[in-house]
Write a new protein. Sequence first.
Length: 198
Amino acid sequence: MSEQKTALFDKWDFEGVTVNDISLSKVMNIKPIYVPHTFGRGASKRFAKERVNIVERLINNMMHYGKLYAKNTGRMAGKKWKVMNIVKSSFEIIQMRTKKNPIQVLVDAVVNAGPNEDTTRISYGGVVYHVSVDVSPNRRLDLALRYITQGARFASYKTGKPIEESLADELIMASTNDQNSYSIRKKQEQEKMAAASR
């Protein structure tokens, strides 16, 4: 009897999924998982989120609700199964449109949407300067997921399109480095500001 492989939602296999960025490969967890839900295990431990699967981290970032600038009004708090179904539906849309493994599309989108440079404020002699700094891999991953989910939410609010379609569109555009992607635009904007502060 052959050993059954663990597939996400019993549909998508993690085998063959690769991270094309050396720095992100150490902090991005793509180990096989059936249901992306760890029930907050290790939430209070430092750097424990590195061990959380990338799909679950996307789901956790989608669990924010609110109009354009409201991050979380509390309406999506605790509705993880609802968001899980949203992500599952958007993965089905991605597979239909691209004929690729949606987990690989997500990984490519995160690699492309993560900014490499940022600015920080340094006070020197009572004067505040903005200085360009490199972004750590952990923060790159966090920012990429934040920009992708924000882009999906904003597109859904502006056009009235279902959130599943908006998320699928954002992931596909970010994975191909499309300039129409909200996350790619945000990354380029941030890197342009950092380049001006060098």
